[in-house]
Design a protein around this ligand. Structure first.
Ligand code: ADP
Ligand code: MG
Length: 668
């Protein structure tokens, strides 16, 4: 068992104490059948009226029980014959389960149950439900935690926030409360994260987190970095070749980057800007300065397609400047790969664009001066830092992170807390707002006609296909079927197909044909989400838009509205819509502002999903909740700043206490 616990990151008594329940069940009293509320777990005591096995679509054991206030149906799909005979007519039964109303009747699926008078499903306190992984049952967790609480009461841990914050509740009491809330505890308050015990712990957790972030930043800034002067000649030649002027916001951010890079400490900067705000241009200028100073640049993107787009862009911009661009992705193999590696190690190649492949151990640079990470939120802090280690000797490169997903301030502090932030708060001139319309799937045929007509008038359109699960294979299947159907209905129209499994040259061909107007309608999977740029495309259909998250929808929609024509985005959805899907689609219809959309996203989804907990490992707080605890986070940043300098011992103890490995717990 200890090894299984260790797998979950539970190694010490403190790890156990800080392994908090996800939620609680209220088994402290019985409820009458008449008093049951939909979806609210309850203990019920009743008498068996009838039990029978039905052979419908699925073999089911149905049991009817009654308590004088109403009738309740129990439904078991997995059962043994011995269970059937247990439910004798007239027997007393105690149940714990989730009531649901179906066609005016209330039922419970697979309730826990005990037969006979004096059964004991009622408990004195609220019952904690712990996050767990297979093989460790709730009763094991409850036993371990109650032993840990025993030890805690004999030997309470140091209250590290003493004299720092004015919480009334001590650490030990707060921990005990969360593992073992008394029967009269307000479950609603706990669920909202507003109980004083949670506030006490969340505060400490957030302070510890901000201390860690500060530590990462500090240790990074201990390294020397090459001072890179802004090169006016390189910049002038580059800008002269562009068909447009940088916006004022782009120019400002370019200056902010140049100021950072002229220092002998590594730049740690994030550039935030909405889709289409022109982050690549800003990054390209920082790259040019670096190269002009004799250093190398690594430009990394999270997907192959996006990296290719950057590669194509930078090549088009830099070739006239006699500057070559190298390419390295997971698919670069054998001799080609070896050649690139040699060129990077010798310094012959000064700019490389690629994917995660750039992190790999055997990728060595001659004099790496700048790393650019696009769509930073898709990478973890550690991945960025592992690239930072590829400097020469003790020297670390400057770091520039880009993100098109504007995220609310509280989340930015969590995900990018170690970075300074610049914002491109202006879109290039001439961008048109995109009119967004929601449409029921039943009108798909009319939509197809409309798309056909628009394309014949010279417009270009995207048709984006989604899959029920996030699965490349299913998306591709959906896209192929849609392409065939559209081709049949709209014969004569030039329709293309692009998806993630196409070979890079094939994909490039399709995109080039679309850009050139040879393809009128491009059927795509969500791989076109980021980076793709075709100004003449002014119409986008997103099939089954209810399956996508807000950030993704916003990114996709950002592909249109880039030219001077009025643009439209049609979100096709299928009934029935969940409540959150309805909210999402409404937000898309009402807003174009990436920040507004991101705030709404946080409200609807919560931060774990928003950031992709797995990738960043950052949103996995044990107690703290965002955005609920945003104010605590802001205070925590301040407190952490002070502690870091004034009380390093306490700071270290706080970080240690909360640092326990954050394993992936199954959500039960
Ligand atoms: P994002 O911020 O979404 O990464 P990109 O860097 O891909 O945006 O830029 C989007 C498009 O806008 C590109 O085609 C780029 O060439 C163009 N662009 C960038 N800056 C300007 C500008 N100042 N004026 C006009 N177009 C610009
Ligand atoms: Mg971009």
């Amino acid at each position: 068992m200890s090894s299984r616990l260790a797998d979950l990151g539970v190694r010490s008594l403190e790890d156990l104490l800080f392994h908090f329940p996800l939620r609680y069940q209220d088994r402290t009293q019985t409820t009458t059948i008449g008093g049951l509320r939909d979806q609210v777990d309850a203990v019920v005591e009743a008498e068996v009226r009838a039990a029978a096995v039905t052979m419908g679509r699925r073999r089911t054991l149905l049991v009817k029980v009654e308590d004088g206030t109403g009738l309740l149906t129990l439904r078991f799909f997995h059962f043994r014959q011995s269970q059937v005979s247990q439910f004798k007519r007239g027997a007393t039964v105690q149940l714990f389960g989730t009531p649901r109303w179906l066609g005016g009747q209330v039922e419970m699926i697979h309730p826990e149950y005990r037969i006979g008078a004096g059964a004991d499903l009622v408990e004195a306190a609220l019952t904690p439900v712990y996050p767990t992984a297979s093989g460790l049952g709730q009763s094991t967790w409850r036993k371990l935690c109650s032993q840990a609480l025993n030890l805690l009461s004999k030997n309470p841990p140091e209250d590290l926030l003493k004299q720092i914050t004015d919480d009334d509740i001590t650490l030990a009491d707060a921990i005990t409360f969360l593992h073992n809330p008394p029967p009269n505890a307000e479950l609603g308050q706990i669920q909202q994260g507003t109980h004083p015990a949670q506030i006490r712990l969340a505060r400490e957790e957030l302070i510890a987190h901000q201390l860690t972030v500060q530590g990462v930043r500090d240790s990074e800034r201990q390294h020397p970095a090459p001072a890179i002067a802004a090169s006016s000649t390189a910049s002038a030649a580059f800008l002269a070749g562009l068909p447009f002027e940088p916006t004022a916001a782009q120019q400002r951010v370019v200056r902010e980057l140049a100021a950072d890079m002229s220092q002998t400490q590594p730049m740690l900067r994030l550039v935030q800007g909405d889709v289409g705000s022109g982050k690549t241009l800003v990054a390209a200028q920082a790259a040019l300065d670096t190269i002009a100073a004799g250093y190398q640049v690594a430009f990394m993107a999270p997907t192959e397609l996006l990296a290719e787009q950057h590669y194509a862009n930078l090549e088009a911009w830099f070739t006239p400047l006699k500057q070559s661009v190298a390419w390295l992705s997971g698919r670069t193999k054998g001799k080609v790969r070896q050649t690139v590696l040699n060129q990077l190690a010798s310094g012959e190649a000064s700019l490389v664009v690629g994917t995660h492949a750039l992190f790999q151990e055997d990728v060595q640079f001659h004099r790496l001066g700048l790393i650019i990470v696009d769509e930073q939120h898709r990478f973890g802090v550690h991945q960025r830092l592992s690239l930072a280690d590829k400097g020469t000797g003790d020297e670390h490169p400057h770091q520039l992170a880009l993100t098109a997903t504007p995220i609310p301030r509280s989340l930015a502090m969590v995900a990018y807390g170690d970075l300074d932030c610049s914002v491109i708060d202006e879109l290039p001139p001439g961008r048109q707002p995109v009119t967004t319309t929601l449409m029921d799937h039943t009108r798909r045929d009319a939509v197809i006609k409309r798309v056909g007509a628009a394309c014949r008038e010279g417009r270009q359109a995207y048709w984006v296909c989604t899959a029920i699960e996030e699965s490349d294979a299913l998306e591709i299947e959906a896209a192929e079927a849609t392409r065939d159907q559209l081709q049949q209905t709209l014969s004569g129209l030039r329709i293309g197909l692009v998806h993630g499994k196409l070979k890079p040259p094939e994909k490039a061909d399709v995109m080039a044909a679309f850009k050139a107007g040879e393809i009128q309608l491009l059927v795509a999977t969500t791989v076109i989400e980021v980076g793709v740029d075709v100004p003449n495309a002014s119409l986008m259909i997103i099939d089954n838009a209810e399956r996508l998250g807000l950030a993704q929808l916003h990114q996709l929609r950002g592909r249109v509205g880039r030219g001077s024509i009025d643009s439209h985005c049609l979100l096709l959805y299928r009934q029935p819509l969940s409540k959150t899907a309805q909210q999402r689609l409404k937000v898309m219809q009402d807003s174009h502002d990436g920040f507004v959309i991101a705030e709404a996203d946080l409200d609807i989804r919560g931060p774990g999903e928003l950031l992709g907990t797995r990738q960043t490992g950052l949103a996995a707080f044990r107690v703290a909740l965002l955005p609920e605890h945003e104010q605590l986070l802001i205070e925590a940043q301040e407190i952490a700043g002070r502690l870091y300098e004034s009380d390093p011992r306490r700071a270290e103890a706080l970080m240690q206490r909360w640092a326990g490995a954050r394993a992936d717990f199954a959500r039960v």
